[in-house]
Design a protein around this ligand. Structure first.
Ligand code: UMA
Length: 429
């Protein structure tokens, strides 16, 4: 490795991690970033290198990426590059939704069993960065996006889960959900069937042919989690709520069984960690109850599938005032129609507001808003006691915010300052 010259495409979190790992390995590297230099590189620019490592956010149809391909120098993803320097086991989790929660839960359960478990990948820390600190007892739990899986070669998880597949990022896959799915399933190729986990909703989804999988059987029956018919825990003892979280929990337990052995699922410390686990911010987070109205922040919902899961998890009738919309990633919003029976009114905003409005026209009372503030204010002032004001946008946030966390924080701030905000706004209206 030491004499290699590495070209790095993309100089964000991933690119910087690759550069640091190259330095540590004593090999030279050079960065190519479309937003840092005006010239688009050509294939000759890449021909001088031994390896090209591409960041996940750089789409294969970009000119820079295409020039790299034409150079015929080996082109791999950052995840693959990190894996080539990884001496620890990797448990990999992918899926359109739930991968962050399932990754965080799996780390919490492994820590309870005494492993030095670390979350890496799409969740925030590149594997190329994390390998620098790996020890004898380290196990990486990698949240992997389809982008990170596009150019893997030797990446071989010890156990892996594909949770679900729904329309998201299809603008990257020529609007072909099967190629999006194939990218995710490819991860399982190097994993033995006994250590492959397929999410429950995906097992029942006739749109996809799932690879052979025979994980340890963990099920939820009559509100109780069971492993081979032996009780683990009652679901109502857990903080994680909703059918989608039950699926995440089952997948996590099956990954733990695949990695550490199924008897470990009955360890008291693990069961206590499962009971105590609460999801990260911006995932079905109840912010406040004001005048009988419940405000829930689900800003992490960046596609229709996640918003449908949120509606089913929070609502027991037609009482949701849904804040919806954001960046246009070419998604099919008619997927939301089944959830509209739970929605009193949709407050639609963002870049794809017109697309959403036309997809839901006639299915729900809806109104388009030109600003986030106006939409939140309207939902709050129109809400009756017993209603739920839910921010579950079904879109990414980058048309109006830096990321989904900033969107969620803005919502939380608005709701927490509602009273003063309402009195100021009513005076100015
Ligand atoms: N760039 C180019 N050309 C392009 C596109 C981007 O040069 O055509 C450059 C940009 O100028 C920028 C750099 O590439 O300098 C950004 O690279 P990146 O988009 O891969 O972002 P990173 O900072 O490396 O973060 C990536 C993941 N981002 C994406 O996949 C878009 C992060 O996931 C991940 O946490 C991080 O690696 C560490 O693994 C974020 C994400 O939004 C949270 N993921 C998507 C999602 O969850 O839906 C998949």
């Amino acid at each position: 490795m030491s004499k290699m010259k590495v070209a790095i495409i993309g100089y964000g979190v991933s690119g910087r991690a690759v550069e640091k790992l190259c330095d540590a390995q004593g090999c030279k590297s050079a960065v190519f970033d479309d937003n840092l230099s005006p010239e688009i590189p050509v294939q000759e620019d890449f021909a001088q290198f031994d390896l090209i490592v591409v960041s996940p956010g750089v789409p294969p149809y970009s000119q820079t990426y295409q020039a790299a391909v034409q150079s015929e120098v080996e082109l791999i993803s950052e995840m693959e590059f990190g894996f080539r320097h990884c001496s620890s086991p990797v448990i990999a989790i992918t899926g359109t939704n739930g991968k962050t929660t399932t990754t965080e839960l799996t780390v919490a359960l492994l820590l309870a069993l005494g492993y030095d478990a670390r979350a890496v990948g799409n969740i925030g820390t590149p594997l190329s960065e994390a390998v620098a600190g790996q020890g004898d007892n380290t196990v990486f739990v990698a949240e992997v996006s389809s982008f990170q899986l596009e150019k893997i070669v030797t990446f071989k998880p010890i156990a892996a889960a594909v949770l679900n597949i729904a329309s998201d990022h299809l603008d990257r896959y020529d609007n072909n959900i099967q190629s999006y799915a194939a990218t995710k399933f490819a991860m399982l190729k190097k994993v033995i069937p006994e250590k492959r986990v397929i999410g429950i909703s995906l097992q029942n989804d006739t749109d996809f042919t799932t690879p052979d999988h025979h994980p340890v059987p963990v099920v939820a029956a009559d509100g109780v989690l069971l492993c081979r018919d032996r009780k683990l825990l009652a679901l109502d003892a857990l903080k994680l709520r909703g059918p989608h979280n039950t699926e995440n929990i089952i997948a996590s337990l099956q990954l733990i069984a695949a990695f550490a052995g199924e008897d470990k699922l009955f360890t008291p410390a693990l069961l206590e960690a499962l009971r105590a686990f609460s999801p990260g911010n911006h995932r079905l987070e109840t912010i406040a109850v004001k005048d009988g109205v419940t405000y829930i922040n689900d800003s992490k919902a960046t596609n229709p599938h996640a918003t449908l899961a949120a509606l089913r998890a929070v609502s027991d009738g037609k009482n949701v005032r849904l804040l919806l919309g954001g960046l246009d990633k070419g998604m099919d919003f008619t997927e939301l129609i089944p959830g509209m029976k739970l929605v009193k009114k949709a407050y639609i905003l963002g870049e794809c507001r017109e697309t959403i409005a036309s997809a839901l026209q006639g299915e729900v009372d809806l109104q388009i808003y030109r600003s986030f503030d106006l939409a939140v204010m309207s939902a709050s002032s129109e809400a009756d006691p017993g209603d739920i004001v839910l921010l579950s946008p079904a879109c990414a946030s980058m048309d109006m915010f830096k990321n989904y966390a900033e969107r969620g924080e803005c919502f939380v701030k608005k709701i927490n300052s509602l009273d003063s905000w309402k009195s100021r706004t009513s005076k100015s209206l």
